[in-house]
Every structure is written in C-alpha cells, then in structure tokens.
Design a protein around this ligand. Structure first.
Ligand SMILES: C[S@@+](CC[C@H](N)C(=O)[O-])C[C@H]1O[C@@H](n2cnc3c(N)ncnc32)[C@H](O)[C@@H]1O
Length: 201
C-alpha cells in the first residue's frame, strides 16, 4: 500500500476549483515575470496533476513533468493519452535522492513543492544544473506562516522568508532574484499568501 499522501489525493485533485484557479493565477504570474516562447523547454518539478503546465502549454515548447507520487503521475499520463497535454513526458524524479538527469531546460517551474523539501540547497543546485545558461527558475510557494497551514505533524518548511530563500538561491548560483505577490490559499477560513520568485541561472 502507498505511503505517499499525494497518491490518494491525485484522482480528485482537479475537482477542486481552488486548485484549478490557483494554477491559472500562478501561470499568469510566471508569464508576467519571465520570457516564454515556442522554443522554451519547460520542466515542472512536483507537477502534481500538471495543472500549471496545462495553463502554460500554449506559451512554451516541449514540457517535462516530474513528480514523486505515482498517483499524480498516473493522472498526468492519462492527460497525455487523452491529448490534453501534448509534447509532454513524465519523470519519476526526487532530486533530494537522485542526481539531476542529463537534460537541459530553459525554464523550471515549481509550485507549492519546496516547502516539502528538506535539503533545499541541494535541490536548488540540481535546478541550476538542469537549466541552460540564462534559463529561468520560477518558484511559487507559501510566504512564511505560523505552521497552521499543515498542522503540528508537518516536518517541512512553514513557508519561506524572502531573505532566507534569496540566500539559498544565491548559494545555488542564481541571479536576478525577484519576488512578487502571486495568489493566496484559503484553508479553514484563513488566507495564506503565495509569492512567485523568479531568478536566472
Ligand atoms: C502541494 S502539491 C502541488 C502540486 C502542483 N504543483 C500544484 O500546484 O497543483 C505538491 C506536489 O509535490 C510533489 N512532491 C513532494 N515532494 C517531492 C519531491 N521531493 N520531489 C518531487 N515532487 C515532490 C507531491 O507529490 C505533490 O504532487
């Protein structure tokens, strides 16, 4: 039996209008922050069901969607088979445990994933390795919060402070680091701001 909590969430992920709207909002923030072109090779890391890539699909070139959850990858593969995601491939990739594959991208997007990552600097360094020179990284994630978003048992990051994340991005070799307010999550009546950080290798 699967121990990945995202496996059981995958089948109904897209039925939540908040998740679909959030993906659209993040895609608009990305489009306003970095150049997108038909030649842009996109990697979405921790893609879930691929909602953000779907929202960017018409603006970029070939897409690669990576996720550690078998359930999430099954949903993406079903979308590819149904023609809802074209020129797309799926990777089972955990950069906390695996080296970066031998591939190059012009844009890496990661949405609400890094707060689950313990070894942040190692994963950011792998992103830098996967990016072609001049390529961009876009991170959408929770701003620093009081821990109420996931609750007491969560052992990841309670959101991010701009200064600390900037230091981690700089240490991984990124430049031109910017932050903008992007969208928000609502959970149990509370609002949690989501930022978009973009930077360049
Ligand atoms: C909160 S969900 C966000 C999914 C999607 N980005 C979205 O915005 O709809 C976090 C996703 O990150 C994936 N994930 C968690 N840890 C990961 C890791 N170490 N490497 C790759 N993916 C990971 C989970 O399986 C899940 O699909």
């Amino acid at each position: 039996m699967s121990t990945d909590p995202f496996d059981e969430k995958a089948a109904t992920w897209d039925a939540d209008p908040q998740k679909v709207e959030r993906a659209g909002a993040v895609a608009r923030c990305i489009a306003a922050s970095v150049p997108l072109a038909p030649s842009t090779r996109l990697l979405e890391y921790g893609a879930g069901t691929g909602l953000v890539t779907q929202a960017l699909r018409e603006s970029v070139g070939p897409v690669t969607l990576a996720d550690t959850s078998r359930g999430m990858r099954d949903v993406i593969e079903a979308k590819i088979r149904a023609g809802r995601l074209v020129d797309a491939r799926v990777w089972d990739l955990d950069l906390e445990r695996q080296p970066p594959p031998d591939a190059a991208f012009d844009l890496i997007v990661t949405v609400l994933v890094l707060h689950h990552i313990h070894d942040l600097r190692s994963v950011l360094t792998s992103f830098a390795t996967l990016l072609a020179p001049g390529g961009h990284l876009c991170i959408a994630d929770l701003a620093k919060e009081d821990g109420s978003f996931h609750g007491a048992d969560f052992d990841g990051h309670h959101g991010f402070e701009q200064r600390a994340l900037t230091a981690d991005l700089s240490a991984a070799g990124f430049t031109d680091i910017t932050f903008t307010d992007c969208t928000e999550l609502v959970r149990d009546g509370r609002r949690y701001p989501v930022f978009l950080s973009s930077c360049r290798r």
